[in-house]
Design a protein around this ligand. Structure first.
Ligand code: ATP
Ligand code: MG
Length: 220
């Protein structure tokens, strides 16, 4: 589904990623681990064309997506929840989720708002609350739920558990695995919380100063 081959990424003159090779299969859930500054977010942004300048091959479902702008990648079924998750503060939780349907495609239609909310129990009581009236953790949960409402075929999550209470991390792991499994959504997850990464994914890459230094199954 996603194939990254010999990818170099740059911010201005800074060379950040070096000849990166990584694959995510159809419906496969993959973790990307590494120290702060290793290049994890840069990789997710490169896959989405949301920032870094890149060189190398990016293929999605066999198609070369290297030249496509963000919105075309979204239409193909890619969805990124970035580190600085942006929700609409002047829209309610339900409206924030409903807006995700614009990212959906004919092949993978949007998931009904009610179904998404039902899957993220913490959001049930918050449906009519404005985005700007949510706590940081609640906003984070909303950003993940909203990305799932677009029914992506590959979901890119950048540190979704940051700042969340342990019980909510557990709930989120359950919600993410369940939704990905039922909808055959592949996942590429950057995460510092090893428990969450292990619970949510089947395969792991470790990245260090812009290079892949390990890949394998969690059991390995
Ligand atoms: P963290 O775990 O802290 O989120 P990360 O692995 O996601 O780290 P990146 O955000 O990908 O790391 O950053 C990789 C490198 O690129 C770092 O050295 C960082 O300082 C640099 N970098 C990130 N964003 C920019 C930018 N907009 N301009 C220049 N350099 C940047
Ligand atoms: Mg990061």
């Amino acid at each position: 589904m996603l194939e990254v081959r010999d990818l170099d990424a740059f911010y201005g003159d800074s060379h950040i990623l070096f000849k990166l090779r990584l694959s995510v299969g159809n419906g496969q859930r993959v973790a990307l681990l590494g120290r702060n500054g290793a290049g994890k977010s840069t990789l997710l942004k490169s896959v989405m064309n949301a920032g870094p300048r890149v060189r190398g091959a990016l293929r999605f479902d066999g198609q070369d997506i290297g030249a496509l702008p963000v919105h075309r990648r979204t239409q193909l079924g890619l969805s990124l929840v970035p580190e600085d998750r942006r929700i609409f503060t002047h829209l309610t939780v339900a409206e924030n989720i409903a807006i995700a349907r614009y990212g959906a495609s004919a092949q993978r239609p949007a998931v009904p708002v009610a179904e998404i909310i039902e899957r993220f129990p913490m959001l049930v009581a918050l449906q009519q609350r404005y985005g700007g009236q949510l706590s940081g953790g609640q906003q984070q949960l909303l950003a993940v739920a909203r990305a799932m409402a677009a029914n992506p075929s590959l979901l890119l999550l950048d540190e979704p558990t940051e700042g969340l209470a342990p019980i909510i991390v557990e709930e989120m792991a359950h919600d993410v695995v369940r939704t990905c499994t039922e909808r055959n959504t592949a996942l590429l997850l950057c995460e510092q919380n090893i428990w969450f990464a292990r619970r949510c994914t089947q395969y792991v890459y470790v990245i260090d100063t812009g290079r892949i230094v390990f890949e394998g199954d969690w059991a390995a």
